[in-house]
Design a protein around this ligand. Sequence first.
Ligand SMILES: [Zn+2]
Length: 295
Amino acid sequence: MKSLKFIVFITIMGAFTMMQAQNLPTGNAWAVTQNKDVTVHTYMSPASMFANTSHVIELKNELFIVDGQFFAPYALELKKFTDSFGKPVTRIYISHDHPDHYIGFGDAFPDVKVYALAETKASIEQNGQSVLEQRQAQFGPMIATKLNKPSVIQQPGAETIGNVKFIFEKSVNNESAVSLVIKLPELGVYIAQDIVYNKIHLFIEGDTKGWEKAIRKITKEKAYKIVLSGHGKEGGKNLLKENLDYLAFVNKTISGSKNKSAYKEVIMKQYPDYAGEQLIDIYLNYYLKPKHWIK
Ligand SMILES: [Zn+2]
């Protein structure tokens, strides 16, 4: 999900401001896969709150987190989950600079070192504080009081940490302009984050060719059987086809519809069991503007 324009949320997600922390639906956590050196877990906020994932990579003596939630109460739930292992969280990786992946955890994990690609680090340095303040003004206590910004640049390449091989890659022009992909070849795990959604409406801003290309690249990587998504549960390679089909259907529907409401009706009818209807409203109101649509 992308949005630097906080006003986007005021209209569509105003209901969340009414929510008190005690009335919030809770997230879920589970183990995805493991070998003798590492276990990968996922914590996910509820589907009604965009099913934002944070993955916990459990090494022998320490934990790494990939992405840190949008709403602060879910980052605190994530903290409860990581506390249950009795191992310190020593790194948080940020996959990309969309606020639902980096503004949530400043209070829950104020002192953990945050890693990101150079572009993501620079973007959060430039815009992170104002994005946080915008969200605070809008959502009050649902938003963290402070950011924990990236302080370490993650270079693309391979690293062995705690006997576990990690491959870090930079992916460009997918759902976001730049994103960090983390691969664990020994586990066959591909942490794709927002390149892949699972049963959540994909956030469409316009041309999707680069995004489709990034998904096809994962399809070709035969060593990876488990794909971890930024919104929704992990899946197998079938998830990639589902995402490609979704994008193809979106493009066909954009061409074949005359306006926002006609478009949305067709998408909702085709994907009735998907969560994240608000995401469609946000991108239709503020991002997706096909030339042939009647205003
Ligand atoms: Zn996202």
